[in-house]
Write a protein that binds this ligand. Structure first.
Ligand code: ATP
Length: 360
């Protein structure tokens, strides 16, 4: 591969898919994916991620709405005319072809000279660290190596858009993390627009420039990983991205009153948020104390039910004394407070760390 090139912009407008006799699997999805963006579709099973990706790929025709690639409507075009690279689980390697020939396949279909094929395949295999395995057959490779071949085959002709559906789903955790790093690096080097489907929130946070969170065939929220984590619009997004402490109740002027009639100070919020009925505090913003002293703006008493060591940090699981809600606190190694399982403690937070959100 010679120079880095630029990805294409992808626009989904009012995209809807109704399978025969079913409710809409995808409903009125509007999304602008910038050129060169790493966009992830994240959501639970059945939320419409794969159906949306398949409409971009051209394997499924939308019932309504449009897909545009660099401004051009592609709904009438078959998959092979859309200039897309694809790494789908069902899109397996050819078992009777060597690694080299698997990766060369898209180039051969484009009638590129043998010399250029050798060069491009060689460079692509190097890029995914497979240069030593060119003459092997897929059955002689590990799962991770096969995935790399699939990625190499998808990027060998530098498609403006690369679609990936759970490409690392079948791999063990360590290998998955390794390949995540490689995908990030590839995205930077190759410059294509990546559209990536996963239900793994850590993977989404680690890889993406932007994440679209799917729920029941709709997009609930779109943003950078930081935005979605720090400012989820609703409980669904908050719970899907990271762990949370959720207090249900209602807003009352400058305070939030829980279902259990406890009042907590909140930041001034716009009146549009008048009816939001949940308060979100991330576990790392929670403080905890075993001796009844805690220098924070809001606090409540709780009992420690579990302490889970995680290496660089630990998680403390608690039950609130009033109402019995589950709470969770995360402490970083070196800053552990003096508490024990079964102990009565005080947990609390500062009001800037408590976000008012929609309780749905
Ligand atoms: N060919 C089909 N015919 C009928 N219903 C379908 C078809 N394909 C998908 N669906 C339905 O559409 C909805 C969305 O499915 P989709 O595969 O897009 O979800 P997903 O978010 O990708 O889930 P997963 O992570 O499990 O792949 C589901 O309710 C599914 O049952």
């Amino acid at each position: 591969m010679t120079s880095a090139h630029h990805g294409a912009r992808v626009d989904l407008s009012k995209l809807t898919k109704r399978f025969l006799g079913e409710q809409a699997a995808v409903h009125d999805v509007n999304l602008a994916i910038g050129a060169g963006c790493f966009m992830t579709f994240l959501g639970p099973s059945g939320s419409g991620k794969t159906t949306t990706l398949n409409m971009i790929a051209g394997f499924i025709q939308p019932t309504e709405g449009s897909v545009r690639i660099d401004g051009q409507e592609v709904s009438g075009l078959p998959p092979n005319k859309r200039q897309l690279g694809m790494v789908f689980q069902q899109y397996a390697l050819f078992p009777h072809l060597t690694v080299f020939e698997n990766v060369a396949y898209p180039l051969r279909r484009r009638r590129i000279s043998e010399e250029l094929v050798r060069r491009q395949v060689g460079e692509t295999l190097k890029r995914v660290h497979l240069e030593g395995l060119a003459v092997k057959y897929p059955s002689q490779l590990s799962g991770g190596q096969q995935q790399r071949v699939a990625v190499a085959r998808a990027i060998v002709y530098q498609p403006p858009v690369l679609l990936m559906d759970e490409p690392l789903g079948a791999l063990d955790r360590k290998l998955r993390e390794e390949l995540q790093l490689e995908l990030s690096r590839l995205h930077r080097d190759v410059g294509s627009t990546f559209i990536y489907v996963t239900h793994d929130q850590e993977e989404a946070l680690a890889l993406s420039d932007r994440i679209a969170v799917f729920r029941d065939g709709r997009i609930e929220q779109v943003g950078t990983p930081q935005d979605l984590y720090a400012d989820p619009a609703c409980l669904f997004v908050a719970r899907f991205l990271g762990e949370s402490n959720i207090i249900l109740g209602r807003r009352d002027a400058d305070a939030f009153v829980s279902r259990h009639k406890q009042a907590f100070a909140i930041e001034p919020a716009p009146s549009a948020m008048e009816n939001e009925s949940a308060l979100l505090i991330r576990p790392e913003s929670m403080r905890i104390s075993g001796d009844g002293k805690l220098a924070v703006e809001s606090s409540l008493s709780a009992t420690v039910t579990d302490i889970v060591y995680l290496g660089a940090s630990r998680k403390i699981i608690l039950k609130a004394s009033v109402g019995g809600d589950d709470l969770i606190v995360r402490e970083t190694s070196g800053q552990y407070s003096d508490i024990r399982r079964g102990g009565e403690v005080l947990v609390g937070w500062n009001r800037r760390d408590a976000k008012l959100i929609r309780a749905t």
